[in-house]
Design a protein around this ligand. Structure first.
Ligand code: ZN
Length: 278
């Protein structure tokens, strides 16, 4: 079976320290946690940035730069930047995409809108058109985030028009309050809708994290984990670091007989061009 790509979603932009006391806020903390995950076996880090004081989500290219540059200097990890914008604020499309100028290897491409976190996570067609063309221009691989099956329909229509290219990389985000449920049937259904030769990964929110990870392990998919999606290492016990999640999946996967992909190996599986990688 293909080696397992572990994608660590370090902080997200939703959970604040009142419920997540160990979550990284500052660029330095995000870098530190990313390096720990990379050392533990994560090939990809999925990065949001936050206002260092309030912890609220930010989309400031300068904050992204303070994360990307040290990671480029100190690691060979695949850098995946969010383009999600700021919850509750309808940022101009261009502002959501400014961080692409930092030439990350990948960036999130949320292929539709959905109710999320008490508001609407807005990804209208004009944003998707611009995001696809900017990612192509800057040689950034879209991580097609899928919260429900309609987002696959959208991505496939854009593939038909040449806006998204093979091999497509899908990230199934299951178990959000208004999205596809985190069950084996739901995951199976989504994997049946994507083109042959696509690469897929899954994350389950909260307590769905481990069940979805185990399915991905057995089905040949890949795994996203980390405090963006899940705060608890086990029932009632907060994780103190993101690396704890990585270390557990590495142990289980090796016992299962599936090796872990290095960043270089993951880059080949994902079809990342050499140019973007160091
Ligand atoms: Zn994210």
């Amino acid at each position: 079976m293909e080696k397992l790509i572990i994608n660590a979603a370090i902080t997200g932009a939703r959970n604040l320290r009142d419920i997540a006391p160990y979550i990284p806020y500052t660029p330095e903390e995000i870098v530190q946690s990313s390096i720990e995950c990379w050392r533990a076996g994560a090939a990809v880090v999925h990065i949001h940035v936050r206002d260092p004081e309030s912890g609220l989500g930010a989309q400031d290219p300068e904050l992204f730069r303070q994360v990307v540059e040290p990671l480029r200097e100190q690691t060979d990890v695949i850098v995946n930047l969010t383009t999600s914008g700021i919850a509750g604020r309808n940022l101009p499309n261009e502002d959501r995409l400014k961080s692409l100028e930092l030439k990350p290897d990948m960036a999130s491409f949320d292929a539709g809108s959905i109710n999320l976190g008490g508001g609407v996570f807005i990804n209208p067609p004009d944003f998707l058109d611009l995001a696809a063309s900017e990612m192509k221009r800057l040689n950034v691989k879209p991580e097609i985030e899928v919260f429900d099956s309609g987002m696959i329909t959208t991505a496939l229509a854009m593939r038909k028009k040449g806006q998204l290219e093979d091999p497509m990389y899908f990230q199934f985000v299951l178990g959000t309050p208004s999205g596809a449920v985190a069950t084996p049937q739901s995951l199976l259904h989504l994997t049946e809708l994507i083109p042959d030769g696509s690469i897929w990964s899954v994350t389950g929110m909260g307590k769905a994290h481990l069940p979805m990870s185990m399915l991905a392990l057995a089905m040949g998919g890949h795994i996203r984990l980390g405090m963006e999606d899940n705060l608890y290492y086990e029932r009632g016990v907060l994780a103190k670091t993101n690396a704890q999640f990585v270390e557990r999946i590495v142990r289980i996967s090796r016992e299962y007989g599936r090796e872990i992909a290095s960043p270089e190996e993951a880059g080949k599986i994902l079809g990342l061009s050499k140019e973007g990688r160091k």
